[in-house]
Design a binder for this molecule. Structure first.
Ligand code: ZN
Length: 504
C-alpha cells in the first residue's frame, strides 16, 4: 500500500510539472530546484512544530528524494541551488563542526551553494571543513579570505544550458559582522553586496546571457538589490526563512525563497528565448516535502542514520515533560522566552536577565523533552555573561527594543508597559525591577548570552555604547543551564505572566 501511495504521489508531482511552459526550438527550458536555511535538520520534523496532528516533512533524505524526483520528471536542463545556512541547528552538526552537513550535501550535490552566516559559527575550522570537503561549487562573491588571499569560494560561476549562458554570483548579508561571534570572523572580509554584485556583473556581462544571484541576505535586502543593481534576472534567496509561495518581482527580477529546515523545496522553471536571450515565461512554486509521499534517498538516509547512531542515546534521553507547548511569539512575551530568561537569572543571580527572541530556534510541542530538544531550541554554544546597566540605560535599551525591526528581547526580573500609541522615546512606561520601580541612577546587574555583548553586536542589541564596560563570562553554556533546569523541574508548566504589557 505504501508503494502504491508513493506511486500516486509521484504521478501527481509529474502532473504538476507538466503544466510547465512548453518547449519549442527557439527556446531553452531550465529548471532551478532550490532550498535554503536547512539548519542541519537531518531528521524529519512536523510541518507545524507544535500542532500534534501536523504531518512530518523534510529531513535530509526526504529533501534529497524530492530533489531527485524534480530532476527526473523534467526533460531539460536542471540546476540545484543551496542558498546557505546548512550549519547550526542540531547536535551532530556542532559536534562535527559542520562535517555532517558536508557529507550529506556531497550526496545531494547541489550545482551551486553560497555560504550563509551560520556557516561561520564554528570559525575558520567550520569554513575549512566545508571548502576542503565539498565536491560541489561554492560561490562567495563578497567574502574574501585575507589569510588565503582569495575568495572563500569561487568569485562567480558560469554555466551553459544549451544556447544560454548563465552567470551565478553568491552574496552574504551586509550585516555579517553582527551575525556571529567576532572571533569566528577573524581573517575574513565582507564586501558590500551592491558593490560586489555590480563589479562582478560588469566583469562577466559579455560572457553571459542571464544573471542569477544566490543570496544569503534575506528578502528585504534582496528587494533592494534587485532595485539598485541592474541586470539581475533571478535571485534565489535565503536567511530570512521566508516561505515565498509566489515570487517577488522587483525591477523585473524574480525573487524566490523556500522557507527553512527543508520543509519545502522550491522549483523555478524558465523559458529563455535563444534569440533575445530573455526569459519569456516562468513558473515557480514551493512543494511541501511530505515524508509520506516519497521513499527517502537511501544513500542520504544511510549517512543520517550512521551520524545519529554515532552520538548514541545521550541526546535522545528524555529529561522532562512539557505540559503546555512552548511557542516563541514575535514581538511580545512568550512562555518559552520567560522560561529561558527565568532559568538564566536564577542561575546567575542577577537583577535582570535577557534572552533575544531570534536566539530561540524552535517551538516545542507538549510531551517529552529530550536533551536534543534543548539543543535544537538553543543550538548555539553561547555562554552566559554578566555586566551592569544603570536605570536610565535600561529605559533607553527598552525604547530601542520596541522600535521596528529589532531582535526582540525577553526578560526576567523586569516588567514594563509598552504604549504603542505613544511617541518614540515615550513608549516605555512603568518599568519595575524585582517588584520595585526602576531608579534611573541605580546600577543593576544583568545577565545574557555572549553573542549579544560581542563588540560588533552590543550597540545594535542594546542601543548603548560598549566602551568602558566590564563583562564577566561564565564557563557554562546557556543550553547546559537549560538542560539542568528541565531535569530539576521534571514537569514544566510555563506561562506568560504579563511582564511585558502591550497597550495598543
Ligand atoms: Zn542566515
Amino acid at each position: 500500500m505504501k508503494k502504491m501511495l508513493n506511486f500516486v504521489a509521484a504521478f501527481l508531482l509529474i502532473l504538476h510539472c507538466s503544466a510547465i511552459v512548453a518547449a519549442d526550438s527557439h527556446s531553452e527550458r531550465i529548471r532551478f530546484i532550490y532550498f535554503n536555511d536547512f539548519h542541519s535538520q537531518n531528521l524529519p520534523l512536523k510541518q507545524d512544530e507544535v500542532a500534534s496532528s501536523s504531518p512530518l516533512v523534510g529531513g535530509a533524505a526526504t529533501l534529497a528524494a524530492y530533489i531527485d524526483l524534480f530532476k527526473q520528471n523534467f526533460d531539460s536542463h536542471v540546476f540545484v541551488i543551496d542558498a546557505g545556512d546548512d550549519y547550526q541547528g542540531s547536535p551532530i552538526c556542532e559536534i562535527t563542526k559542520g562535517f555532517s552537513q558536508v557529507k550529506i550535501l556531497n550526496v545531494i550535490m547541489p550545482d551551486i551553494m553560497t555560504i550563509g552566516n551560520h556557516e561561520f559559527d564554528y570559525g575558520r575550522d567550520g569554513i575549512n571543513i566545508l571548502i576542503e570537503n565539498a565536491k560541489f561549487p561554492i560561490v562567495t562573491t563578497n567574502i574574501l579570505d585575507k589569510i588565503r588571499e582569495t575568495y572563500v569560494g569561487e568569485k562567480h560561476l558560469i554555466r551553459k544550458f544549451g544556447n544560454i549562458r548563465i552567470g551565478f554570483i553568491g552574496l552574504i548579508s551586509n550585516s555579517m559582522p553582527k551575525l556571529t561571534q567576532e572571533e569566528n570572523l577573524e581573517g575574513y572580509t565582507f564586501l558590500n553586496t551592491h558593490l560586489a554584485a555590480r563589479a562582478t556583473i560588469e566583469e562577466i556581462r559579455d560572457q553571459v546571457d542571464l544573471i542569477v544571484v544566490v543570496s544569503h541576505c534575506g528578502d528585504v535586502a534582496d528587494i533592494s538589490l534587485a532595485r539598485k543593481v541592474e541586470d539581475i534576472d533571478i535571485i534565489i534567496g535565503g536567511h530570512s526563512h521566508k516561505t515565498l509561495f509566489k515570487p517577488l518581482i522587483k525591477n523585473n527580477t524574480i525573487i524566490c525563497q523556500a522557507g527553512y529546515k527543508g520543509k519545502y523545496v522550491g522549483i523555478l522553471d524558465i523559458l529563455v528565448d535563444v534569440e533575445s536571450k530573455k526569459i519569456t515565461k516562468y513558473q515557480t512554486w514551493l512543494e511541501d516535502t511530505f515524508v509520506d509521499n516519497v521513499q527517502p534517498n537511501p544513500l542520504v538516509k544511510h549517512i543520517v542514520d550512521s551520524l545519529e547512531n554515532s552520538i548514541g542515546d545521550k541526546f535522545t534521553t528524555v529529561i522532562g515533560h512539557l505540559e503546555t507547548p512552548w511557542v516563541r511569539g514575535r514581538r511580545e512575551e512568550s512562555n518559552i522566552g520567560n522560561w529561558i530568561a527565568d532559568a538564566i537569572r536564577e542561575y546567575e543571580g542577577t537583577d535582570v536577565s535577557i534572552q533575544n527572541r531570534n536566539g530561540i530556534r524552535k517551538d516545542q510541542a507538549g510531551g517529552d523533552i529530550a536533551v536534543k530538544d534543548i539543543w535544537e531550541i538553543m543550538p548555539f554554544a553561547n555562554k552566559l555573561v554578566s555586566f551592569e546597566l544603570t536605570g536610565s540605560e535600561i529605559k533607553a535599551m527598552l525604547e530601542k527594543n520596541v522600535a521596528a525591526g529589532t531582535d526582540f528581547m525577553l526578560f526576567s526580573g523586569l516588567r514594563y508597559e509598552w504604549n504603542t500609541r505613544a511617541k518614540p522615546g515615550e513608549r516605555i512606561q512603568n518599568i519595575s525591577i524585582s517588584g520595585r520601580p526602576l531608579q534611573v541612577n541605580t546600577s543593576y546587574t544583568i545577565c545574557t548570552n555572549d553573542y549579544l555583548v560581542n563588540p560588533n553586536k552590543f550597540s545594535d542589541a542594546f542601543g548603548l555604547s560598549r566602551a568602558g564596560r566590564t563583562f564577566e563570562y561564565s564557563e557554562q553554556t546557556i543550553r547546559e543551564i537549560l538542560v539542568e533546569k528541565v531535569k530539576a523541574e521534571k514537569t514544566i508548566q510555563s506561562t506568560t505572566d504579563g511582564r511585558i504589557k502591550i497597550i495598543r
